[in-house]
Design a protein around this ligand. Structure first.
Ligand code: AMP
Ligand code: MG
Length: 417
């Protein structure tokens, strides 16, 4: 048996409720090679000086700089070569006045050398090196620790580990890195008519769409989806399934959120805990539920998406994705791939829903946002859409040519894998 909607809430109030949900973060140590896209759970300080030794920044000859001060094209200076030091070698001979050591880029320079003459300004002649240009003290030598000194902060906690940051961690010789554990999110599709892709498409049935769309959206938010079998519109089955997933970080369901026959989620949540939201003043997505379940001394939260696949994805994107990203410690304001908003002109006049915030799917054609005026259950709307625009509830008409902000519908440019 269904029940009435609680009271239709303003979307901003729903966002506030979601913002106040407490988050439990856990940390794990993983190997550096598996850490791509993960979020650092601790500050990383340099453990060594970088570079770890004084090294040549050019191919050439390590010298005592003073020996070269008088060198010029017309009156070159001649120094005797005493040693050749390649990258990875260790210099064995000390340098004294009148001598030089051949060094490659990245090779350690002998202790007494205080400059490296670039090979381009030299000639070789029978064990003597002819030098045509002077070097200043310190020239072409990178000092130990000049990049970073041990103990200095390199990467703050919360940094997303991308290829450049992997380089930084590798420079420290780190094999393991502390990262936030990926939150685990249960994905439960409900409905007597919903079947899995392994089943025959019998009359009256439809393939499960939401498990796929929502779980992939969950992945783009840095969380791990945990799949469930499809649950029938049956009080006991749904209650059992929710119980089964109570130890995960969050439960996402789709379908059965309205107040009609077969919509049992509201009743299950009333009995298992508390319903915080039932009904939001948005189109599509009005039948959205947020429930709070007691789990020992803790609370678990359940987000109930409408069954309609367009509405489910839209509600997920607008209300729940920010929460999932927060659980996963992904800082949206500082990670530029998420600023997926385009300002475009609307291609035609549009009259939005009255009294509700309207999320309108659009496609981008010839640099304009073209409204997709299909039934909100139409899958072809998703096929055509490039994004959506948000029309506030008090807007009566959007004129042709007005500037709208097109948001990407989960098609993030740089998804979290
Ligand atoms: P409901 O919210 O359960 O009333 O469902 C609304 C509409 O969405 C109905 O036409 C359902 O058949 C459809 N629907 C619900 N869940 C799914 C799903 N997992 N995949 C595809 N369509 C669904
Ligand atoms: Mg249903």
């Amino acid at each position: 048996m269904g029940r009435e909607f609680l009271n239709i809430m303003d979307p901003e109030d729903v966002k506030k409720i979601i913002k106040n949900i407490p988050i439990n973060k856990r940390v794990e140590n993983i190997s550096l090679e598996n850490s791509l896209t993960r979020i650092l759970a601790d500050d990383v300080h340099a453990t060594i000086n970088l570079p770890p030794f004084r090294r040549a920044s050019m191919d050439g000859y390590a010298v005592i700089a003073e020996d070269t001060f008088s060198a010029s094209e017309d009156e070159p200076v001649s120094l005797k070569l005493i040693e050749v030091v390649g990258a990875g070698d260790v210099p064995e001979k000390n340098l004294v006045k009148g001598f030089c050591t051949e060094v490659s880029t990245g090779a350690p320079v002998p202790e007494d050398a205080n400059g490296v003459v670039m090979v381009e300004f030299t000639d070789k002649n029978d064990g003597q090196i002819i030098i045509y240009e002077s070097v200043a003290v310190g020239q072409n030598i990178t000092k130990e620790g000049s990049d970073v000194m041990a103990e200095k902060l390199l990467l703050p906690s919360g940094t997303r580990i991308m290829p450049d940051k992997i380089g930084v961690l590798s420079a420290m010789g780190m094999k393991k890195v502390p990262v936030f554990k990926k939150p685990r999110v249960a994905i439960i599709s409900t409905g007597n008519e919903i079947i899995s892709h392994d089943e025959e498409l019998a009359y009256g049935k439809i393939y499960d769409i939401n498990s796929q769309t929502i779980s992939s959206a969950v992945i783009t938010c840095g969380c791990t989806p945990v799949h469930s079998q499809i649950v029938k519109d049956d009080y006991n089955s749904l209650r059992e399934k929710i119980n089964e997933f109570k130890d995960l970080d969050l439960i996402l369901t789709s379908g059965g959120t309205s107040a009609g026959t077969g919509d049992v989620l509201r009743e299950v949540l009333d009995d298992m805990g508390e319903v915080l939201v039932h009904g939001v003043a948005v189109k599509p997505g009005k039948p959205t539920i947020i429930g709070r379940l007691k789990n020992g001394d803790d609370y678990k939260f359940l987000f109930g998406l409408p069954g309609n696949p367009v509405a489910a994805l839209m509600v997920f994107h607008v209300f729940f994705a920010p929460f999932l990203r927060k659980m996963a410690s992904i800082n949206v304001s500082t990670s530029f791939p998420y600023k997926n908003v385009l300002e475009l002109k609307l291609s035609r006049r549009f009259r939005p829903a009255r009294g509700r915030t309207h999320y309108l799917l659009v496609k981008i054609e010839d640099g304009s946002a073209v409204p997709i005026l299909k039934d909100s259950g139409a899958i072809t709307a998703l096929a055509e859409a490039d994004g959506f625009i948000e029309v506030p509830k008090n807007v009566e008409i959007l004129e042709k040519g007005s500037i709208v902000e097109v948001h990407s519908l989960g098609g993030l440019i740089n998804p979290i894998i």
